[in-house]
Design a protein around this ligand. Structure first.
Ligand code: ZN
Ligand code: ZN
Length: 366
């Protein structure tokens, strides 16, 4: 049995669940290696604590699993009236008609839940998001390799986009070049998010969208971008100086770089997610900018762009080798500018390693 399914079986038993029912999404991809989209027809993956699995899906998806003899399928045709019968067959065959079935409350739709409930009226449907988060948080070597590649693609794309940078180019123009470069360097078209390209006053907004304002001398420029590779994401941020910037703006970039380094250095097995946040935050507080670091230090990264572990001060979750997350402290001075430096790191047996290695100190542009 594949290691992920073996780990799932153990996790289901510990959570006192008989099975899992999943809609298309990161968790279903994690367990099957297959990508399905949410659509008007139901697609559900079933995984039992006894090690059985099955998919309920439309006949037209049959080619996708033609070579997966390990994945029994329950197909239905174009008539929605067949759905109920096929769901009953599947739940009956897997012995789940009176089972405790785990679901993802933020993902399973009413459409599928109603079909599952009708097919198994005695079953209980319980939140299993914590079980899945726990499984997915620790990455295996293949997953880390995919993320490392997603980081490499993102870094190459940024170098390509910046080679075309000219003073007076708008945030929107630079963002467009970056998107094109991401695709050219091999990112899957499903980017983790639209790049943030924010200069001058716009850089003081952590979630800025690119505008038509020309990027000009004296601006700090924040670029937050990522690539997608085999379903896994990268998510990076670097801050640049356009020409010469006023001394305090250069100073906040240096403070943020130091905070980023402190956060990365604090990550190791046995420490908590909260300790990583506090290490980065302490550097910014000591420099007198605590009120201007307005978000958490990072978030887990993998098949989702935001997933556990979340790196905030009070998170007691212990770090384990194989966990991957961002370290992205920032300082935002309203009306003037901002700085953020974001790396993707993987916890190793003795510490943590950054998957990204673009320079973090203030690089001049333009
Ligand atoms: Zn980011
Ligand atoms: Zn991020």
């Amino acid at each position: 049995m594949p290691p992920r399914l073996a780990r799932l079986q153990e996790a289901l038993r510990q959570a006192n669940l008989d099975a899992l029912a999943l809609n298309p999404g990161a968790s279903l991809t994690y367990l099957t290696g297959l990508h399905f989209h949410l659509m008007e027809r139901p697609v559900v993956g079933l995984f039992t604590a006894a090690g059985e699995q099955a998919l309920i899906l439309p006949q037209l998806e049959a080619p996708k699993i033609a070579e997966r003899s390990d994945l029994p399928a329950f197909f239905y045709g174009e008539d929605p009236a067949q759905w109920g019968k096929v769901f009953r067959q599947a739940l009956h065959q897997l012995g789940l008609t009176a089972a405790r079935i785990g679901v993802e409350p933020t993902r399973l739709r009413v459409l599928e839940l109603r079909l599952l409930e009708a097919a198994a009226p005695q079953a209980e449907f319980l939140a299993a998001d914590a079980v899945l988060a726990d499984l997915r948080a620790v990455k295996d070597a293949d997953e880390v390799a995919a993320m490392q590649h997603a980081v490499a693609v993102a870094q190459q794309a940024l170098r390509t986009a910046l080679a075309d940078f000219r003073l007076g180019m708008t945030e929107r123009e630079l963002a467009a070049r970056l998107v094109m470069a991401l695709l050219q360097h091999g990112s899957a078209p499903e980017l983790p998010f639209q790049p943030i390209v924010a200069a001058g006053p716009n850089a003081a907004n952590p979630h800025a969208t690119p505008t038509d304002r020309p990027i000009q001398e004296g601006d700090l420029l924040i670029i937050d971008w990522g690539a997608s590779w085999h379903g896994y994401f990268s998510d990076l941020t670097r801050t640049f100086a356009i020409g010469s910037v006023e001394p305090e703006l250069a100073h906040i970039v240096a403070v943020v770089a130091e905070a980023n380094a402190a956060g990365r250095a604090a990550a190791r097995p046995g420490r908590t997610a909260g300790e990583v946040d506090r290490a980065a935050r302490a550097v910014i507080a000591a420099a007198g900018y605590a009120p201007y670091f307005t978000h958490r230090t990072g978030h887990g990264l993998g098949l989702d762009v935001h997933e556990p572990p979340f790196i905030f001060a009070d998170n007691p979750a212990p770090l384990r080798a194989g966990m991957t997350f961002t370290v992205e402290p920032g300082i935002y001075l309203p009306g003037r500018g901002g700085a953020r430096i974001e790396d993707d790191i993987v916890v190793t047996p003795n510490g943590a390693r950054s998957l990204s290695d673009l320079p973090r100190d203030l690089q001049p542009l333009g």
